[in-house]
Design a binder for this molecule. Structure first.
Ligand code: URA
Length: 433
């Protein structure tokens, strides 16, 4: 690297609304990954990016530098029955009760796809697939690349911690989680796409969330995020597309870690909440289409049990015991209905924060999450409510957390006389171009 930089100068440029050069971005990502830029300095730069934004050229370079910070996997040599694997993955921009990856991956496996899923941990008020799956006794996402390759060939999926992929994102992601810098379009787009470009998938479906429980609240911002990510993926040679989906209400009836795995098992058994099933099937259809797998019905894989079989095989391959009981917080507290009527809207952001306060997420880097922390929603919007019945049950191992969690829920729901107006779950679909 010919030009030399220093962190205060780079931070000052962004703080004052300037554009970072390619060389400055390469230097920052490299220095931070190698531990030569302090967390405090990266935190200041992230806040400056949060407040000032980035141009598309800066986002593209920041993403490329994060990809270059680690290994880039390549599975193009893998074959099943003599044919290249249909490598396809999905990533969500983060939601509340968003357990979709857990039933989705086995559906796509059952339909002939191969999913190399580099998954993440919880971020802010949103849950992470790894934190949820690690509530299954024995399950590990710390698997070698050799094991990922073997599983892709033999089973059709591997769900792994990003590890040496985009290590810059791993460090920045953990820092964003505890510095209130998550809700930033350039930082979300580069975080998602650096992992997905590095993980070796050939096709990618992005579930871009919009609404109170999403990082970006407005449809305009979410569309811009989806477009930015689709363009980044396409430029990197991935067949990329996005769905824009509603995240104003939590998905399903379970929010937390093990409780979301439990609900995913219901979906895999052919039941489960209709919104979770609808989104699982819609995303699976997009993945199969993007992966070139025509003529297969993803809903059938839920009905005939083949997705459940794949899930069990995947969990067992990664050390988990699919038959072991899942943990549930030792203490519970119910929120009851003050009157009878109809359940109104339930604010996804408030529920996400309540569950985070129960111990399902982190407030310091590397903190252990509680597998049994979570919340069950007994009455979804529009369902009838009887006075005095439980609307929500909260679970944690540390009962001193209830007060904060209950306070988050205070203005998050209502019981009224009329059902709230219906919102479509799937708002739009965005293709390259
Ligand atoms: N998922 C990611 O991987 N990164 C983000 O910033 C948000 C969601």
């Amino acid at each position: 690297m010919s030009q030399s930089f220093d962190a205060p100068t780079v931070i000052r440029i962004k703080r004052d609304g300037g554009e970072l050069s390619d060389e400055a971005i390469d230097w920052v990502i490299d220095a931070y990954t190698r531990g030569q830029m302090a967390d405090a300095q990266m935190s200041a730069l992230l806040m400056a990016i949060f407040l000032r934004g980035m141009t598309s050229a800066e986002i593209a370079r920041w993403t490329a530098a994060m990809v270059a910070s680690g290994d880039r996997l390549d599975f193009s040599d893998l074959r099943r029955d003599g044919k290249p694997l249909a490598l396809v993955d999905k990533h969500s921009t983060g939601g509340v009760g968003d357990k979709i990856t857990i039933p989705l991956v086995p559906v796509v496996m059952a339909c002939g796809g191969a999913v190399p899923q580099a998954a993440g941990r919880g971020l802010g008020h949103t849950g992470g697939t790894l934190d949820k799956l690690e509530s299954i006794p024995g399950f590990t996402a710390e698997i070698s690349t050799a094991q990922v390759r073997q599983q892709l060939c033999d089973l059709g999926a591997a769900i792994f911690a990003a590890g040496d992929l985009a290590p810059a994102d791993r460090k920045i992601y953990a820092l964003r989680d505890v510095t209130a810098t998550t809700e930033s379009l350039p930082l979300i787009a580069s975080s998602v796409m650096s992992k997905k470009i590095a993980e070796g998938t050939r096709a990618l479906v992005l579930d871009t969330k919009v609404g109170s429980g999403a990082f970006l609240k407005t449809e305009t911002e979410a569309r811009e995020l989806a477009r930015t990510m689709v363009d980044l993926g396409t430029a990197a040679g991935l067949k990329t597309r996005a769905l824009l989906t509603d995240m104003s209400t939590p998905l399903g009836r379970a929010v937390g870690n093990a409780v979301e795995v439990e609900e995913s098992l219901e979906v895999l058994a052919g039941g489960g909440p209709p919104d979770v099933v609808e989104l699982t099937v819609a995303l699976a259809a997009e993945m199969l289409d993007a992966g070139g797998l025509d003529g297969v019905d993803p809903a059938e894989a839920l009905r005939d049990g083949s997705a459940m079989d794949r899930f069990r095989a995947l969990v067992a391959a990664q050390g988990g015991d699919p038959a072991a009981p899942l943990p549930l917080g030792a203490h519970s507290e119910a929120v009851t209905a003050p009157r009878g009527g109809t359940m109104g809207t339930i604010d996804a952001m408030a529920v996400g924060l309540a569950v985070w306060r129960l111990g399902a997420g982190r407030s310091a880097p590397g903190e252990r999450v509680q597998s049994g922390a979570g919340l069950l929603i007994h009455r979804r919007p529009g369902e009838p409510v009887a006075a005095g019945e439980a609307l929500f049950t909260l679970y944690t191992d540390t009962p001193e957390r209830f007060a904060g969690a209950l306070a988050e829920l205070d203005d998050a729901w209502s019981v009224g006389d009329k059902p709230p107006s219906d919102r479509p779950l799937i708002i739009d679909r965005m293709m390259p171009g």
